[in-house]
Ligand binder design. Structure first.
Ligand code: FES
Length: 105
């Protein structure tokens, strides 16, 4: 598990964190925070180096889009989802822990 401060998260600018040795892309949308695997399911690119609007993050390498809430691949060339991580927030403290689902297809 890793903890961050909510104030340090800037909407539209993904943040890379490390949870149990895995790279995780953290994104703030309004008062909500989402965390997904930072590795694109299409190839080896860090999603945290791209941009997101609303709940949709775009991989900077080939343009695949993912839903931050579910990890679902929305547009090609990615077809497989990325893992989602459990996020809880207590005031200014955001905690991110192991994936909600084990299978990364
Ligand atoms: S590496 Fe992300 S779309 Fe290709």
């Amino acid at each position: 598990m890793v903890t961050l401060t909510f104030d340090s998260l800037v909407e539209g600018k993904p943040f890379q964190a490390e949870v149990d040795g895995a790279k995780v892309c953290v994104a703030r949308v309004g008062d909500e925070v989402f965390a997904i695997s930072d590795i694109c399911s299409h190839a080896d690119a860090n999603l945290s180096e791209g941009e997101y609007k609303g709940y949709v993050i775009e991989c900077w390498l080939h343009g695949a889009e993912f839903d931050l809430r579910t990890g679902e691949a929305i547009t090609l060339p990615a077809v497989a989802p990325v893992k989602t991580y459990k996020v809880s927030r207590d005031g200014n403290v955001v905690s991110i822990s192991a994936p909600k689902q084990e299978s990364e297809k």
